[in-house]
Structures are given as structure tokens and as C-alpha cells.
Design a protein around this ligand. Structure first.
Ligand SMILES: Nc1ncnc2c1ncn2[C@@H]1O[C@H](COP(=O)(O)OP(=O)(O)O)[C@@H](O)[C@H]1O
Ligand SMILES: [Mg+2]
Length: 269
């Protein structure tokens, strides 16, 4: 069955032209994501996480290598891959439900409008903001807007969810709520998720696997760590699991040793 094949990021390199010449931001990046896996891409700001994710989404092209889905190289966006950005980026002149409806109607153009509307309502309710259906985005809090953005992605009924620091703009309480929402959603149908984050605790709480990137230029996979904390997870149960602290220390050690600001004398300690 094709749905049982991994998503492969294969020998991926990305270079940009700059006024001072080309720079290779990501080089020879290889990751195989299994169906149903929840994977974090973690690394310092500017290392190339968003670049990798946007190439997976088909929003940018690879310079070398590429992305393979169901055994076929993908170079463009596709309905099976939905993207959620750090900023909700809803269309400001459309209500919450209309934003989600637009996605449902684009994903399933042959469906009668009434059923597209049902899909939009279903996903808006699923993310817990059905009561704001007719509000414009500007009338909604950041957290509610981001819930609508998640509903918009889900209304596409994708197999892959690509999340680029989806909680990065939220206050910590709202961030916790949205992390729990994403975890609940994932438990329901175990979509394959790739989430970019620089939040170690978020990655440990949500993910099966954490891919740590080295610093750029020429960033690549530095460490590939499994998170063996049992599911379903709850915040307290996860954070008090012995593996949590062990992995947290390992990740901090890695990030410190790959930080440009790192003081060499500490390295020996
Ligand atoms: N279009 C572009 N042109 C030139 N450099 C870019 C472009 N997009 C990203 N970069 C550079 O690539 C590096 C990685 O960026 P990005 O993937 O956004 O990092 P991250 O998401 O890990 O913070 C940064 O140094 C950034 O300045
Ligand atoms: Mg980024």
C-alpha cells in the first residue's frame, strides 16, 4: 500500500545567490520519515530548518537532491502535504469558517458546496473554535487564529502536516494549549508530522523523533534521537519520565557544542 511508504528527504542541498556569492545553507541532508511518525526538526535560529521544510512542502526548489513521497519525487506543493506557518496568515477579509471552507473547496473541488461547508465546520469544531466561525481573523486572539490555521490545513485532509514553529508567536499558556491540541489531533489519526521548532521541551513532549541540525552554512543532520516516552502522553507524565531529562541534557549539549556563541573553555568541562 503506497501510504505505508516513508517520506524521504534525500541528499538535499540548497544554495542561495547572495551579493557576496552563492551560499550553501543546507548540504547533503538525509531523513526518512515513516508514515504516522511525529518528527521534530530542531536547531539554532538560521540553521536552515524552514528552508528544509519549505522544500518538503514544494514551496521552494532543491538545488541538489530532493523529496520523495510514495516513491515519486515531488517538486511542487500537493494536497497530501499541508503547511502551517508561524503566523496564522489567514485571509483577513474572510471569516474563520470561510478561510477553512476555501481550503476544503480547493482540496475537494468536485464535492457539492454543502459538503465542503460541512467539512469546514467539522474541522473548525475539531480545533475547538466553532463558536468563532463567523468572526473575521482580526477579531480573534493569536491562539484562536492559529487554531483556525490548523483547521484550514486539516480541511485539506492531508497525510502530511508540515508545521513551521506553529506556536512560536504565542504566549506560553496558549502555546501549551495548542501543543495539547496538536497532540490530541495526532492521536486521533496519526498523520505524519514534521514540525520545525527551536523549543526543546516542545519537541520532547510531542515527537517520536528529534532531528537535530548542525549550524549552517552547509547544515546537515547532526543527531537523530528517538523519544521513547510512552503514548498517549500527558505533560506531567512526559516531563517526569527519566528519558526526558536524559534527552534534554543530550540536546542541550549538542546545541551548545554547535553554537557559534559557544565559549571554547566550557567545551572541555
Ligand atoms: N531566499 C534566500 N536568500 C538568501 N539566503 C536565504 C534565503 N532564505 C533563507 N536564507 C538564509 O538561509 C539560512 C537558513 O534560513 P532558515 O531556513 O529560515 O533558517 P531557520 O528556519 O532554521 O531559522 C539563513 O542564514 C537565511 O538567512
Ligand atoms: Mg525558520
Amino acid at each position: 500500500m503506497s501510504n505505508n511508504r516513508p517520506l524521504e528527504i534525500s541528499s538535499l542541498s540548497k544554495s542561495f545567490e547572495t551579493p557576496t556569492g552563492p551560499i550553501t545553507v543546507v548540504k547533503d541532508f538525509n531523513v526518512r520519515v515513516q508514515p504516522g511518525e511525529f518528527v521534530a526538526l530542531l536547531g539554532h535560529s538560521g540553521c536552515g530548518k524552514s528552508t528544509v521544510l519549505s522544500i518538503v512542502a514544494g514551496l521552494q526548489s532543491a538545488t541538489l537532491g530532493g523529496i520523495v513521497v510514495d516513491g515519486i519525487e515531488v517538486t511542487e506543493p500537493g494536497l497530501e502535504r499541508a503547511f502551517v506557518f508561524q503566523s496564522p496568515s489567514l485571509l483577513p477579509w474572510l471569516s474563520a469558517i470561510e478561510n477553512v471552507f476555501l481550503s476544503a473547496s480547493q482540496a475537494k473541488p468536485k464535492l457539492p458546496a454543502a459538503q465542503q461547508k460541512e467539512l469546514a465546520t467539522k474541522y473548525l469544531n475539531l480545533v475547538g473554535v466553532g463558536e468563532y466561525a463567523n468572526e473575521l481573523p482580526t477579531a480573534l486572539s493569536q491562539g484562536t487564529q492559529q487554531r483556525v490555521a490548523i483547521a484550514r490545513a486539516l480541511a485539506q485532509e492531508p497525510r502530511f502536516l508540515l508545521l513551521d514553529e506553529p506556536f512560536g508567536m504565542l504566549d506560553s499558556l496558549t502555546r501549551f494549549e495548542l501543543q495539547d491540541l496538536v497532540l490530541d489531533l495526532w492521536e486521533k489519526d496519526r498523520k505524519t508530522v514534521i514540525m520545525v521548532t527551536h523549543d526543546i521541551d516542545e519537541a520532547l513532549y510531542l515527537c517520536d523523533r528529534i532531528i537535530l541540525m548542525t549550524d549552517g552554512p552547509e547544515a546537515t543532520v547532526g543527531l537523530d534521537l528517538k523519544v521513547p516516552i510512552p503514548r498517549p502522553r500527558h505533560r506531567h507524565q512526559a516531563t517526569s519520565h527519566p528519558e526526558y531529562q536524559r534527552l534534554r541534557d543530550r540536546i542541550i549539549g549538542f546545541l551548545e557544542s554547535h553554537s557559534k556563541q559557544f565559549q571554547p573553555e566550557k567545551e572541555a568541562a
